[in-house]
Design a binder for this molecule. Structure first.
Ligand SMILES: Cc1ncc(COP(=O)(O)O)c(C=O)c1O
Length: 364
């Protein structure tokens, strides 16, 4: 048994020692010039990662906080409009619940677990609804099933049929591992968490927000306070935050963004694509299946169908002795699937070590 268990789970992910260390520099106050300089540097780099010239809000919360923010800021209380929530697994189902819990009218477009949301399904849902939706919610990468939805094609259908509908995207388990061109696709909210492809500890969430989403927010009452986009932007313009932020995590983010840009975003995306291909090849060559519908397999997390009925609990016990950990299936898919995350700063060499260890377990 080793002390350090390397994480191959889809969040929290393995964090490099340099990034952990960046959190330990002496504390600064958040109402002074050093903080403003830090926040401004971070903003400039985040915009590159989100492919946007617009604002990227930073929230001291996990991604769920910004789910709530998107619900409260972008969807009116008009019950005839509401949100079209696309549901293809447990995370997208939960975001739909969050809209509902915030009093918004929700129309669900649901597909079977393992399947992807297709543009033609969105087309039909928009055409069937008597009024334009205020917003559509799409989880780009459904972490529970390993499905990556065809975001550009879905966004194009929304733009064509319902141009005033805001496009809200959860890219919690894909952003910074896969290119998502916020400005190019004309998205309105693109949110993610720090503990996935950013390779940071949990505790921060980020959201690019379009001008028209900001304009929409200003028309909506009862946005709450902590996730009020208008309030967050007011402070962001002064390189500050309404409440005390997780300053240590911001130090780590500053360093990680430097490292990500030094690697090169295209190189980072290519590494993720190679790791995904390598993982799928291992899964299939060992007699397991891919749970995701063909053609929609995630580039950041592979959900293997446990067709060999391997004991995943026992496999993880063995992997722990080798200093590694993978994920069991999520929720109702526990045992029937298992998940290997290949995101953030993991490399092909890390995956080779993992697969060698999994092979040893399977041969036992
Ligand atoms: C696709 C997706 N959305 C949202 C969440 C929730 O994010 P957080 O745990 O950062 O609140 C997760 C968490 O795993 C996720 O995978």
């Amino acid at each position: 048994m080793t002390d350090h268990i390397k994480l191959f789970i889809p969040g929290p992910v393995e964090v490099r020692p340099e990034i952990l260390k960046a959190q330990t520099v002496p504390m600064i106050g958040h109402r002074g010039k050093p903080f403003e300089a830090l926040y401004s540097r971070i903003q400039e780099k985040l915009r590159q990662v989100f492919f946007t010239s617009r604002r990227v809000l930073v929230s001291t919360s996990s991604g769920t906080g910004l789910w709530e923010g998107a619900a409260r800021n972008c969807v009116s209380d008009d019950p005839t409009r509401g949100v079209l929530a696309t549901v293809c697994g447990d995370f997208s189902a939960r975001w739909a619940d969050v809209f509902e819990m915030n009093g918004k009218a929700v129309t669900r477009l649901t597909v079977k677990q393992g399947c992807a949301i297709k543009p033609e399904m969105v087309r039909q849902a928009i055409l069937e609804h008597p009024t334009p939706f205020d917003a559509i919610a799409i989880v780009h990468n459904e972490t529970s099933t390993g499905v990556m939805n065809p975001l550009p094609e879905i966004a194009a259908v929304v733009k064509e049929l319902s141009p005033d509908t805001l496009i809200l995207v959860d890219a919690v388990s894909s952003l910074a591992g896969v290119k998502i061109d916020f400005d190019g696709l004309g998205l309105d909210v693109l949110l993610t968490s720090s503990q996935k492809c950013f390779g940071l500890p949990p505790g921060l969430a980020f959201a690019a927000v379009s001008d028209r989403a900001m304009a929409r927010a200003k028309t909506i009452k009862n946005r709450g306070y902590y996730f009020d986009f208008v309030e967050l932007e007011k402070f962001l313009l002064k390189n500050n935050t309404p409440a005390t932020p997780a300053i240590s995590l911001l130090f780590a983010l500053d360093k990680q963004l430097d490292d990500m840009l030094a690697e090169g975003l295209e190189a980072r995306f290519a590494r993720h694509a190679r790791m995904a291909a390598m993982t799928r090849a291992w899964v299939l060559s060992r007699g397991f299946g891919l749970f995701a519908e063909t053609g929609y397999e995630s580039l950041t997390v592979t959900c293997a169908a446990n067709t060999r009925q391997a004991d995943i609990g026992a496999m993880n016990k063995y992997l722990a002795t080798q200093g590694m950990h993978i994920s069991d299936g999520y929720g109702s898919l526990k045992g029937a699937t298992f998940r290997i995350a290949h995101m953030a700063d993991l490399t092909e060499a890390d995956l080779s070590d993992l697969f060698a260890a999994m092979d040893r377990f399977l041969a036992l």
